[in-house]
Write a protein that binds this ligand. Structure first.
Ligand code: RTP
Length: 150
């Protein structure tokens, strides 16, 4: 845990196409996290194979791959206290059947294969994922006035 912890959050292609980007950004912003990097991008297979390296042998991997390649992804990095764990709380459970109302997946998703958003599950995964999706110079270093009040 640290004040400057960072996490990687990606709005998946269904979340982008459904116009949920502003809603999702505002949930992280309003919670008190600082946006450090953001870009709309088309993933490619090599990137996704690295991102989901622990899932490549799973039976659902081919459909996960085509889902993630089906449209643009909004890749973001957020910074703040406990942002990895708190980010997962904001997302809700992976399976929308188990995700509570009030969470992003609980409010907007019905299908595990279209669950709108990804969030790093540990500080180590966050570091790996940020490095995969962003170049160092795309991470912006600044001091927002807001965070001193949180
Ligand atoms: P994410 O990486 O997207 O935040 O999801 P997660 O850690 O909560 O879940 P993980 O087990 O890493 O799975 C990654 C994504 O794969 C899809 N999935 N489909 N049985 C299935 O059909 C299945 N299981 C997982 C989901 O899109 C999940 O978010």
């Amino acid at each position: 845990m640290s004040q400057n912890e960072r996490t990687f959050i990606a709005v998946k292609p269904d979340g982008v196409q459904r116009g949920l980007v502003p809603e999702i950004l505002s949930r992280f912003w309003n919670k008190g996290y600082k946006l450090v990097a953001i870009k709309l991008t088309l993933a490619n297979e090599d990137l996704l194979r690295e991102h989901y390296a622990d899932l490549t042998s799973k039976p659902f991997f081919p459909s996960l791959l085509s889902y993630m390649l089906s449209g643009p992804v909004l890749a973001t990095v957020w910074e703040g206290k406990d942002v990895v764990k708190q980010g997962r709380v904001l997302l809700g459970a992976t399976n929308p059947l188990a995700s509570a109302p009030g969470t992003i997946r609980g409010d907007f998703a019905v299908d595990m294969g279209r669950n709108i958003i990804h969030g790093s599950d540990s500080v180590e995964s966050a570091e790996k994922e940020i490095g995969l999706w962003f170049k160092k110079e795309e991470l912006v270093d600044y001091k927002p006035t807001l965070t001193s009040w949180i």
